[in-house]
Design a protein around this ligand. Structure first.
Ligand SMILES: C[C@@H]1CCN(C(=O)N2CC[C@@H](S(=O)(=O)c3ccccc3)C2)C[C@@H]1N(C)c1ncnc2[nH]ccc12
Length: 288
């Protein structure tokens, strides 16, 4: 066998040394941590590449174990419509670790839609929607449920390509079941949750399809103030007990997000049918 002349670590492209990772500015904040723009600059001459680094603030909800699972998940996903994994960075003493991903300068769909509302046509929205479906269809083939599909977690790679980002809540459905039941639901994005996820903490490919419907609504509302959940939140009086109870009730009475302004009726997802379609989306060529 050919012996490695040098230690594997020196040639392991997925290992980022903390001392060369230069912090630039935050890309986004969440309840468990943050994603930051950094430059990996081993030569120290600012010629290094820009990367997005997801740091975990270990607390009761998100443990290092969960984060390791998220890293493992992203590292095996290879799809044009899913953000690329680049590697990991261990902090000194290996007490904590960060996830290193490709950096996409256009950022999330939310900011993009708000800043580009005048030149994003419904045709382009459907192109984005079809790409999110293709990414989700790929996830489904690996029995993954994303559980946090929302415009805030979609990245804009270019004016004609979006990618699904952030797999912090992604789980694998056990092979003997069709759904994943969450034991300790942390901070839940309930306005993107299907009824069964609100009521029984059950997640499946179908609950991801429901969240996709909410993303469609966000898209066609240009992710502006009318879009979910700001609009929905205004409907609730915070005096009453849990918001999720109120939300579960109105959904049970067949309330649904109203069609966004100037949205063609055929595009408004009619989810009266119980078994929502899976992620195969057929958009006639002439529409795209
Ligand atoms: C839209 C992206 C995902 C969402 N996000 C974010 O900030 N978060 C996702 C998880 C939450 S968190 O902080 O809650 C979290 C933190 C640790 C563990 C678990 C959760 C933060 C912003 C990202 N963003 C603007 C990016 N922009 C440009 N290039 C990029 N490459 C990769 C991401 C990325």
């Amino acid at each position: 066998p050919v012996w490695r002349a040098i230690s594997p670590a020196q040639h392991d492209q997925t290992l980022f040394e903390e001392r060369h990772l230069r912090y630039i500015h935050p890309l986004g904040k969440g309840n468990f941590g943050s994603v930051e723009l950094c430059r990996y600059d081993p030569l120290g001459d600012n010629t290094g590449e820009l990367v997005a680094v997801k740091k975990l603030q270990p607390n009761k909800q998100s443990t290092l174990e969960d984060f390791k699972k998220e890293v493992k998940t992203l590292s095996i996903l290879h799809c044009d419509y899913i953000v690329k994994y680049r590697g990991v960075c261990y902090s000194t003493g290996r007490l904590s670790m960060s996830l290193v991903m490709e950096y996409l300068p256009n950022g999330s769909l939310i900011g993009y839609m708000e800043n580009n509302r005048h030149n994003v046509t419904p045709r382009r929205m459907l192109l984005f929607a079809s790409q999110i479906c293709k990414g989700m269809e790929y996830l489904q083939t690996l029995r993954y449920v994303h559980r946090d599909l929302a415009a805030r977690n979609i990245l804009v790679a270019s004016e004609s390509l979006v990618k699904i980002a952030d797999f912090g809540l992604t789980k694998v459905i056990p092979c003997d079941k069709e759904y994943y039941r969450v034991t300790q639901p942390g901070e839940s994005p309930i306005f993107w949750y299907a009824p069964e996820s609100i009521n029984e903490s059950r997640f499946s490919h179908k609950s991801d399809v429901w969240s996709f419907g909410v993303v469609l609504h966000e898209l066609f509302c240009y992710c502006d103030t009318n879009s979910n959940p700001k609009r929905v939140r205004r409907m609730f009086s915070f005096k009453h007990p849990s918001i999720s109870m109120q939300l579960a009730n109105i959904l049970k009475n067949n309330w649904r997000l109203p069609a966004p302004p100037n949205c063609q009726p055929k595009t408004h997802l009619d989810n009266k049918i119980n078994d929502l379609p899976l992620f195969y989306i057929h958009i006639p060529k002439n529409v795209l």
